[in-house]
Design a protein around this ligand. Structure first.
Ligand SMILES: *Cc1c(COP(=O)(O)O)cnc(C)c1O
Length: 362
């Protein structure tokens, strides 16, 4: 059986380093907000190329806290996409703001700048850009529109750690970058975790308060804060994984290249990479017309593929939106994510590609 993602393989690959890191935390006696979190925040901020990284409890919390730190809340509108993990939209709602969901570009499946511009009203305060699958959104166009209208730009990089846009890492282009360390993500913890990154000192200070009871250094609540901290064990594990991230990202790109060579000229559409960017290939998403039959065919051959995502957010009961988003709805019917993780072997990739080909010929 080949799984769509397989976080245990990464534990096995870095087992001795991870075991050492875990033992170090257990022996330290400091389990929350200690030396590991501090060190990870510094190392991760340097990796992305920003001044501040604030470790938090999850990617969803990272997005929620980022919006709160930018003073976005009740009565404000925040524009984002429907083609995303539902967490993106949930985070907007948690702040009290109104999510306004718009359509995506046909080729890259990220926020369509023209749809962004059309959705702006007097109440719009921010845009949450999702770099879906690890593909960079059109940041030049989006940031220009945001600047024209005084909107904050929040980057949802949950799937995009390791991706670049021109010379910059994703997460360093907008006002704030939000990351998830869910175990299957490219930089995955062994539990929940997330981080918010920014160059803005005041926003960083506000984030540090908001993640912990609204405290500042005096341990007095100056605002109403949450409890959303990255813990020492996860931070220590993430420090190990971060050392291997560039190698792992290169391996993901090599796997994607191998898939694309083996699947070219079929009736499935292989992913395009936006010019001037490096894709992080959190997911390798094909578009295919008989998607559900393809899934069944792969499963019968012992290959688990994923669907990201079968129901667009604007069609889910909690977020039901009086709108139609034709490209988003089309992708939901056709998208299929082939197994993707750095530990996949060349032989497994060949077997997966051959199985896709045999269906397309049938
Ligand atoms: C995983 C993910 C999130 C949420 O992250 P959690 O750590 O699970 O809360 C948000 N946005 C996107 C695009 C994701 O893929």
């Amino acid at each position: 059986m080949i799984f769509a993602s397989f976080p245990k393989a990464q534990y096995q690959a870095y087992r001795s380093e991870i075991d050492t890191a875990i033992a170090r935390v257990l022996e330290s006696g400091s389990y929350i907000m200690g030396a590991e979190v501090k060190a990870f925040e510094k190392e991760f901020a340097t990796h992305i190329g920003l001044k501040h990284a604030i470790g938090v409890g999850s990617g969803t919390d990272a997005l929620t806290l980022a919006l709160m730190a930018l003073d976005i809340g009740a009565g404000d509108e925040v524009i984002s996409v429907s083609h995303t993990a539902v967490a993106t939209t949930a985070a907007i709602r948690f702040t009290g703001a109104i999510p306004v969901l718009v359509d995506i570009e046909a080729d890259y499946f990220t926020l369509d700048p023209a749809c962004l511009e059309a959705a702006i009203t007097k109440k719009t305060k921010a845009v949450v850009v999702v770099h879906i699958y690890g593909q960079a959104a059109n940041m030049d166009a989006i940031c220009a529109i945001a600047a024209d209208h005084g909107l904050k730009v929040v980057e949802d990089c949950a799937q995009a750690v390791g991706a670049t846009y021109g010379a910059d890492k994703l997460g360093s282009i907008g006002d704030i970058g939000c990351f998830s360390f869910f175990p299957t993500k490219n930089l995955g913890a062994i539990g929940d975790g997330g981080a918010v990154l920014t160059n803005n000192n005041a926003v960083a200070k506000s984030l540090k308060g908001l993640r912990q009871y609204g405290w500042q250094d005096d341990r007095i609540s100056h605002v109403t804060g949450m409890n959303s901290r990255l813990d020492e064990l996860q931070a220590a594990i993430l420090r190990v994984k971060l050392r291997h991230l560039d190698t792992d990202t290169k391996r993901r790109r090599a796997i994607a290249e191998q898939y694309s060579e083996l699947l070219d000229e079929l009736e499935v559409d292989i992913p395009k990479v936006r010019p001037g960017t490096n894709h992080a290939f959190h997911l390798y998403a094909l578009q295919c017309q008989n998607r559900d039959d393809m899934l069944t065919h792969l499963k019968a051959e012992g290959i688990r593929a994923g669907v990201h995502y079968p129901v667009p957010v604007h069609l889910q009961p909690a977020y039901a939106h009086q709108t139609t988003l034709p490209r988003t709805e089309q992708v939901a019917l056709e998208t299929l994510s082939l197994p993707m993780y750095p530990e996949l072997t060349t032989g497994e990739i060949e077997r997966i590609a051959a199985t896709v080909r045999s269906f397309s010929k049938a």
